[in-house]
Design a protein around this ligand. Sequence first.
Ligand code: URA
Length: 222
Amino acid sequence: QQNVPASPPRGVGLDGLRAAAAGCRACELWEPATQTVFGEGPETARIVLVGEQPGDQEDRRGEPFVGPAGRLLDRALTEAGIERRDAYVTNAVKHFRFTPTPKRRIHQSPGAEHIRACRPWLEAEFEVLKPEVVVCLGATAAKALISPSFRITKERGKLMPWTPPGVAQVTLDDEPDEDAPAQTWMLATAHPSAVLRVPDEDRPKAYDALVADLRVVAGALA
Ligand code: URA
């Protein structure tokens, strides 16, 4: 079957986008995956967290960040003073990419072509949400949304002014968008799965660094 480029409907809100994305055939990942895992959270969210792609449990349940990485993220958010239920959580790629083996499905990083194919959905999410702060969780999201040369290790934890793709720029002919924040901020931090992969003795430090970055986000929203 041919890929069909994603073309999110406009003016349908997050539920309408989610319904449309369920049938996405913009790349080949839909076929072996259980389902599209769209973003989740309130339309009023001021903060949007962007991960890489759903994992095994997310694929089965149809919700982002509900597996081990999600539990670590929830704990880190709470510690930083951010309620997960107030945030919108999504991924750069909305299908699980994996290599099947007899025992389990092994996560495979998405390719540039998958990130590109899925991007219209992320842009459509930004267009509806008009976030105040966007948090890239890990290198995939940061490279997709900031720059291919972005290095998490060097540049994490810094708030940067950023214009979400998909949020219409105000032109001279336009009425200013009343709902859009005057400025959107971006911050990149480690992926929760990367924290889980850190050897035991160093993991508390890696976790604390994630919480510290999320506190910067909480401070920007205060
Ligand atoms: N890792 C991600 O990047 N996203 C998820 O939803 C789960 C794990």
